[in-house]
Design a protein around this ligand. Structure first.
Ligand code: MN
Length: 232
């Protein structure tokens, strides 16, 4: 029996709508998964193999329904962007999961934001460097409660939006994804052994933009409710 030499960090866990806690393992994110957003980022919205990146699980920031959560503006950016995304929560995983069985792995869905230091990400892209500084700021993965499939079903269609100080910024439909949720799971599982507790941020539609301290973001997805964050 070996004792920890420092206190182990608690495992991040996200409340489930209706009760219980979902223990988070990894946070995968898919890039450029909506055609109009791929174009606004200077990309080509084809069905070439999608790409993924990760955020640390302790970047998750839980946003309770009906509350305005204080979201700290991170250091090291003058262009901190909102990316509204549906988050997929896995209850099981594996390797080389076939598309037709991928939805069996899904526990539920949540509203999320992939907050991004766009200025740093752009510099790294231009230099061919990794994106971590752009994508992995502390608390850069706000998330609402997880809604179990048992309650809301699977989501392939539905409005997804974010507003800033009441003005609509991103407004699209989950049906506009280039790669569906089952396809995302199947492709990810070729590169990683997926496990229960993994979360997948499924990409953002067009209309990303910067927020400033003092502004309030409201992200919403049909059937999953909304999250509300005050940038401080
Ligand atoms: Mn994103």
């Amino acid at each position: 029996m070996t004792d920890y030499v420092i206190a182990p960090a608690p495992r991040p866990a996200i409340p489930v709508a209706g009760g219980g806690l979902f223990p988070a393992r990894r946070v995968y994110c898919i890039g450029r998964n909506y055609a109009a957003h791929a174009r606004e980022m200077g990309g080509d919205p084809t069905r070439e193999t999608p790409f993924f990146f990760l955020k640390p699980a302790d970047a998750l920031q839980y946003c309770a329904p009906g509350e305005t959560v204080s979201h700290p503006y991170p250091p090291g950016t003058e262009s901190y962007h909102h990316e509204i995304e549906m988050v997929v929560a896995l209850k099981s995983g594996g390797r080389d999961i076939p598309v037709e069985r991928a939805l069996d792995c899904v526990y539920g869905y949540a509203v999320g934001l992939d907050m991004t230091r766009r200025d740093r990400q752009g510099e790294m892209k231009a230099k061919g460097l990794p994106w971590e500084i752009g994508k992995s700021a502390d608390l850069s993965a706000p998330i609402g409660p997880i809604h179990p499939v048992a309650a809301v079903g699977h989501l392939a269609v539905g409005a997804i939006s974010v507003s800033v100080d009441g003005a609509a910024k991103q407004a699209a439909n989950l049906a506009d994804m280039i790669w569906s949720v089952p396809e995302q799971i199947a492709i990810l599982s070729r590169y990683y052994e997926l496990e229960a507790g993994d979360l997948i941020y499924s990409g953002t539609p067009e209309g990303v933009g910067a927020v400033k301290r003092g502004q309030t973001m409201v992200g919403a997805i049909e059937r999953l409710g909304e999250i509300r964050l005050a940038v401080v």
